[in-house]
Design a protein around this ligand. Structure first.
Ligand SMILES: Cc1cc2nc3c(=O)[nH]c(=O)nc-3n(C[C@H](O)[C@H](O)[C@H](O)COP(=O)(O)O)c2cc1C
Length: 162
């Protein structure tokens, strides 16, 4: 599993999973060594095995990262059409999920380009009151450098996918 060689595929699987459930699960480790999982819907991946997310509401996530930058980001597809089609065919039409391992940075101000990308992501729901309440005013991000990945697998229906 070479993250650099496989990046475009890994990126596509994570993005499809995040789009289908509206979040990624992000695991961090507390100073006491306890695991914590935080849902994040604002993970963006670049083309060079890095990415970032908006740290806006999260609490333990940032506190843990500031003590221990190691994180694992997982996204799994949950779309009805994807699953019904895969179950009908007896094979997944594309990989169901992936886990990315890396290190997250200290919090920093988002760039204008990063803010425009999150605004574009939430734009389709902006006419809804709750969307404006939840998904406005993002200002800060944390960068992530990914060093490895592991596919999410089942023992069957996966032929040729990884
Ligand atoms: C679907 C979903 C997506 C979320 N996305 C984000 C996000 O991108 N950034 C953020 O700061 N909080 C986000 N939140 C809020 C945090 O996940 C939430 O405040 C969580 O309880 C913080 O957990 P923590 O204490 O482990 O950091 C999201 C929540 C949900 C339900």
């Amino acid at each position: 599993m070479n993250i650099k060689e496989d990046w475009q595929k890994v990126k596509a699987v994570l993005e499809a999973g995040q789009a289908s459930t509206i979040y990624c699960s992000v695991a961090t480790i507390s100073p006491d060594g306890l695991p914590n999982i935080t849902p994040l819907g604002t993970v963006f991946l670049r083309d060079d095995q890095t990415g970032y997310f908006f740290d806006h509401y999260a609490k333990a996530l940032g506190e843990n990262i500031d003590q221990n930058p190691n994180i694992c980001v997982m996204a799994v597809r949950a779309g009805f059409v994807y699953w019904v089609k895969s179950l009908f065919l007896g094979r997944f039409t594309s990989p169901p999920g992936v886990r990315l391992y890396g290190q997250a940075s200290a919090i920093r101000e988002a760039t204008a380009q990063e803010i425009s990308l999150i605004e574009k992501r939430v734009a389709p729901t902006k006419f809804l009151k709750g969307s404006r309440m939840l998904w406005s005013g993002f200002t800060h991000v944390r960068d992530i450098k990914f060093s490895s990945y592991r596919p999410v697998t089942y023992p069957v229906m996966m032929e040729g996918l990884w």
